[in-house]
Design a protein around this ligand. Structure first.
Ligand code: 26W
Length: 821
């Protein structure tokens, strides 16, 4: 099978052949899952040719590579996007039609590879796609979790977590590469021995080890023959050792090692923005980082004799602090395996590693107890100690006698290893993910480091890939855009600007809103099938989909719904444009208030959706199992995008950009990338409300906010809050939602009540929602507003973000791949 791109017949033949050899079946006998597998293998065949050609080009041209290290890659389904990027979607669709199958249904058979939690993991996936599309050589490095993000079921209004066995039918787009396996060592102790050159050798003894085996996944660039690689590591027991030690009678250790391998990659920690400090998580981190750094160094050494110039060909980007042990692992390899001096090794490492910060939430900052860290990684710990020792000398030099500074900035302090400090000290670049976020890092959170190393700090505002979130997710709008302005937007989103000439054109407005309506019908059908709730596609679809977290304020959203319901009940005559409030969110399994918020949303939905007296003016829907695949449909169908985090808390957000791209209007705070969206499209074309980040930070510092004042003064807010504890939404159970009530008002529960200022911002939010309704009633005005949003979305392509990383941090050259038959 050579080229499906232009040969439908060949493709059909290949699919039939695959069904036969894989399942010993004819097409008529094959299940949809089996057809999915057969089609995917046929597609992989095509990809492989390009993949080989890409590797050959790398071998020949010897370009610098970025190794993007991330605990999470939230890839979403591959089949549809691979077809789009191979520019074969239409042909394959037609081929499958001929075979009597619908491509959409076949795509639906693919499990969502959900090897990530939320924003950070999905960003990594967008970045991989943009790198390939722009023609930059890159490896993604991660973990092949057996179980990804849990599947969410809603039972009796509560979230229930169900394991996500994504590999159960086999995953056609991965390739096991045992020839690139590496050993990773844990525990034991370090022995210092004199070496021939008069130096000291450090040897890890009595350790346990596992074999890291990579699986490669192809990352297909758009229409350019480029195929980069995502390598995700599986852990296998070191078999030879097992037999040996059995012979030596050390059976227990052999079994332990086998268990280590099994447990290591078993499951993704489903926490977002909150660390638990679990030993197994540190093991996962060192496991994939050690294997990836070993592979990077091995690949470099294959072509280059001089290890001192590693940084000329290799750059490592650390996606948050999770892979920060990379710094010490690279030092270890350079010192212990390559025999370099400390200064030589440090000079290389500090030109190779760079760090991206994704959050300022205190509970997300990684700190490891020395006890765990040094026991698990004894040699790595020694190296970190030495990095810390030398760093503190540097601080002493800069701020003589200032012990306070040293305590604050130390990498190891108070019994803990602070990963962010390690990443900043050893990295040559530190970046935030939106302008406001980077400014907060420089002026507040990382102020001390910014003063010491101003040249390291820079901003890279996040972006998203339009190939997935418009072309694939919203084919109707994609086609419309192409008809209007041509298809340059696919690889250069700034071309969307050209739509500006249509925003006042009544025909274009009408077409645009008709497409939105079609997408709302598609989502309404999904909701009917999955939730059994009937929603009116003519109502305003007001959507908040993202991880559930108190700082994202889903609670404020649902409190506002409760408030609206009270108003409608009290004033049935009041004009009210029908609205459907749609939520989708997973809560970390141990996050109580987050889970209770899900229960509250579902309870409010129960009451409101079953109240015939309000004439279908309000509907509330909680979409079960929000994930990349249904996200694409949700963005396409949204009228209103809820981006309502407490200002200063959302580093960037990327959902905000996906909604904007699909023609939804944003109601939001001046937080994260919302600020830059407002700059691009104009504040008047968004619905901005709430305190600024400066105001929030001032209240936090002065501790002068008391939500009780609002409770006492605002009758309507008080009524809503009382409904949390008077059984109104809980079948008379006054205790069910008490914790939520307390989180808003009771100072005994948290350090201070209403930590995220839901009540403080409530009135401003409600008022902004009134503006939304008024704007929506003006059909032409609304069409213009959302079309302007689409026209000004250009900046938020991950292609732009990646180009900035390349220009300012990585300094890569583009590669051109040609495929010869
Ligand atoms: C250890 C637990 C843990 C897990 C994930 C801590 C922290 C994280 C991430 C840093 C959380 C995260 O996904 N942050 C999000 O990153 C996105 C991409 O940059 C931003 O758009 C979001 O604003 C930010 O919350």
């Amino acid at each position: 099978m050579k080229n499906i791109l232009f040969d439908k017949k060949e493709f059909i033949k290949c699919v039939k052949e695959n069904v036969k050899t894989l399942y010993r079946k004819t097409m008529a006998e094959a299940s949809e899952q089996e057809v999915f597998q057969a089609v995917s293998y046929a597609v992989k065949d095509v990809i492989i040719d390009n993949w080989l050609a890409t590797q050959q080009t790398f071998d020949k041209e010897d370009p610098k590579m970025v190794y993007y290290m991330s605990m999470e890659f939230l890839m979403g389904r591959a089949l549809g996007n691979n077809l789009i990027n191979l520019t074969a979607y239409q042909e394959v669709k037609e081929a499958l039609d001929e075979l009597g199958f619908d491509l959409n249904t076949i795509e639906d058979q693919e499990p969502d590879p959900a090897l990530g939690n939320g924003g950070l993991g999905r960003l990594a996936a967008c970045f991989m796609e943009s790198l390939a599309t722009l023609g930059y050589p890159a490896y993604g490095c991660g973990i092949r979790y057996r179980y990804g993000m849990f599947k969410q079921k809603i039972k009796d209004g509560y979230q229930v977590e169900v394991p996500d066995n994504w590999l159960k039918n086999g995953y056609p787009f991965e390739l096991r590469r045992p020839e690139h396996s590496f050993e990773v060592k844990f525990g034991g102790y370090v022995q210092a021995e004199p070496a021939e050159n008069g130096r000291t050798k450090f040897i890890q003894k009595n350790y346990q080890s596992v074999l890291a085996v990579p699986y490669d996944m192809p990352i297909v660039g758009y229409n350019n023959n480029m195929v980069n690689t995502l390598m995700i590591w599986d852990a296998e027991p070191m078999e030879c050792f097992e037999l040996d030690s059995f012979d030596k009678g050390d059976y227990r250790k052999a079994v332990e090692q086998e268990n280590l391998a099994r447990n290591l990659v078993e499951v993704l920690y489903p926490n977002d923005n909150h660390i638990q400090g679990k030993e197994l998580r540190l093991k996962q981190q060192y496991f994939f980082v050690s294997a990836s750094v070993q592979r990077a160094v091995a690949r470099y050494k294959k072509y280059h004799p001089d290890i001192h110039k590693l940084y000329e060909k290799v750059t490592i980007q650390m996606n948050d602090t999770h892979p920060t042990v990379a710094v010490a692992e690279l030092m270890r390899i350079l010192l212990d395996d390559e025999g370099l001096t400390w200064d030589e090794a440090w000079a290389i490492t500090t030109k190779t590693c760079a760090y991206t910060n994704h959050t300022i939430m205190a509970e997300a900052l990684e700190k490891w107890p020395i006890e765990i860290f040094s026991r698990l990684l004894p040699r790595i710990y020694q190296i970190v100690e030495e990095i810390n020792r030398r760093f503190l000398l540097e601080v002493e030099e800069e701020y003589p006698g200032n012990q306070y500074k040293k305590d604050k900035m130390a990498i190891i302090h108070d019994g803990q290893v602070k990963m962010a400090h390690l990443a900043i000290v050893a990295g040559y670049s530190v970046n935030g993910v939106a302008r406001l976020h980077t400014e907060i890092l420089k002026n507040q959170e990382l102020k001390d480091f910014y003063e010491l190393y101003p040249e390291k700090f820079n901003n890279k505002t996040n972006g998203i890939t339009q190939r997935r979130f418009l072309y694939h997710g919203n084919p109707l709008l994609a086609e419309w855009v192409t008809n209007k302005i041509g298809n340059d937007w696919i690889t250069n989103l700034s071309h969307m600007e050209k739509l500006a000439v249509y925003v006042d054109d009544p025909k274009a407005q009408q077409e645009f809103m008709q497409i939105k309506y079609q997408n709302k019908l598609r989502l309404a059908k999904y909701i009917q099938e999955h939730n059994g709730i009937e929603v009116d596609p003519r109502s305003i679809f007001d959507v908040q989909v993202k991880r559930l977290h108190e700082y994202k304020r889903q609670l404020m959203n649902i409190l506002h719904v409760m408030y609206l319901y009270n108003k409608i009940k009290e004033h049935p005559e009041m004009e009210f444009y029908p609205r459907t409030f749609i939520f989708g969110a997973k809560a970390a399994a141990g996050y109580k208030n987050a889970k209770l918020t899900i229960k509250l949303i579902n309870s409010v939905a129960d009451v409101i959706n079953n109240d015939a007296s309000i004439d279908n003016k309000l509907k509330v829907v909680f979409i079960e199992d929000y994930k990349v695949s249904n996200a694409e449909w949700i963005f396409a169908a949204a009228d209103v995008s809820e981006q309502i985090s407490t200002a200063s808390k959302e580093a960037s957000g990327t959902g905000n950009m996906k909604f904007m791209l699909n023609g939804a209007a944003t109601i939001g705070t001046m937080d994260g990338a919302n600020v830059e969206m407002a700059e691009e499209v104009g504040k008047e074309n968004m619905f901005i409300f709430g305190m600024s980040s400066d105001e929030v930070i001032a209240h936090e510092q002065n501790r002068d906010y008391n939500p009780m004042d609002i409770f006492n003064q605002d009758q309507e807010i008080r009524q809503v809050l009382m409904q949390l504890i008077n059984g109104f939404y809980s079948g008379n159970d006054t205790e069910l939602f008490r914790d939520l009530y307390n989180s808003l008002l009771n100072t005994q529960c948290t350090q201070y009540a209403d930590t995220y200022f839901c009540l403080k911002d409530f009135r401003s939010y409600a008022e902004a929602q009134e503006r939304v309704e008024k704007a929506y009633r003006d059909e032409k005005g609304w069409a213009k507003l959302v079309m302007l949003n689409v026209a000004h979305v250009g900046k938020f392509s991950s292609d732009r973000t990646i180009q900035e990383y390349v220009d300012d941090i990585w300094h890569l050259d583009k590669v051109k791949v040609t495929v010869t038959e």
